[in-house]
Ligand binder design. Structure first.
Ligand code: NAP
Length: 245
């Protein structure tokens, strides 16, 4: 394929790392965004280059509008186009509503929802010029089902679904597709925070009886990035072993 460019936010570790590497394997030049994980992001770039593509790392806090703008600008300066934008960055600040601090509500909304808006807002101008593009937003099954102890996170991920569907409707006529992935329980630093008892409880609710891997999410991201999904937009697709049906 002609070289295409993908921007993946929060790609220094976890699911974002798996997505960046899978896209590199599929022939995309990759822009690896990180906020705190500089060294890890540089390692991911090395791994991507092993697949014969170009990869750069760019530091940006996606919750900051102008840092997101700089991220997209750097991607365009380096590669001339943005064919795929994966909004993967996310944080949790779990607590029951009664104990949840206002700042923990705000910071989760700022990174997970506002961060997704920020990069979409800046990347779509370029995609509209190109008359093509695929945007993939990371939601979560708890954005569909809700989850005790995650009012902030669930609200942010439900917001990502509303954002995805609205923007998909606005941009379809411009050749830009927008979809969301809703992972269930996937191995990463985020889920490592849970103790074994909590993990066992979650496993009981997964029909396929195993915890997912970053690659399981990455396989779908690659599919949604390319032409094989050309007739799919505005959708939320779960990668969850059947956890939420
Ligand atoms: P993770 O291992 O905790 O990684 C989070 C990523 O987000 C890191 O790369 C981090 O970058 C980045 N990030 C955090 N704040 C950022 C900011 N302000 N600006 C830019 N990047 C930022 O989490 P994960 O499990 O891979 O999760 C990835 C996505 O999948 C998230 O959106 C998460 O909500 C979603 N998800 C995960 C699961 C799961 O079971 N793991 C389930 C459902 C949905 P730095 O390290 O560079 O700061």
């Amino acid at each position: 394929m002609d070289s295409k460019t993908a921007v993946v936010t929060g790609a220094g570790r976890g699911i974002g790392r798996a997505i960046a590497i899978a896209l590199a394997k599929d022939g995309y030049n990759v822009v690896i965004n990180y906020n705190g994980s500089k060294e890890k992001a540089e390692k991911v770039a090395l791994e991507c280059r092993e697949h014969g593509v170009s990869a750069i790392t760019v530091k940006a806090n996606v919750s900051d509008f102008s840092e997101s703008e700089e991220l997209i600008k750097k991607a365009i300066e380096e590669f001339g186009s943005i064919d795929v934008l994966v909004n993967n960055s996310g944080i949790t600040r779990d607590n029951l509503l009664l104990r949840m601090k206002e700042k923990d509500f705000d910071s989760v909304i700022d990174v997970n929802l506002k961060g997704t808006f920020n990069t979409i807002k800046h990347a779509t101008r370029q995609m509209m010029k190109q008359k093509s593009g695929s945007i993939i937003n990371m939601s979560s099954v708890v954005g569909i089902s809700g989850n005790a102890g995650q009012a902030n996170y669930s609200a942010s991920k439900a917001g990502v679904i509303g954002l995805t569907k609205s923007v998909a409707r606005e941009l379809a006529s411009r050749g830009i597709r927008v979809n969301a992935i809703a992972p269930g329980f996937i191995e990463s630093d985020m889920t490592d925070e849970l103790n074994d008892k909590a993990k066992d409880e979650i496993l009981k609710g997964i029909p396929l009886k195993s915890i997912g891997k970053g690659e399981d999410v990455a396989n779908l991201a690659v599919f949604l990035s390319g032409d094989k999904s050309r007739y799919i937009t505005g959708q939320v697709i779960n990668v969850d072993g059947g956890m939420v049906m």
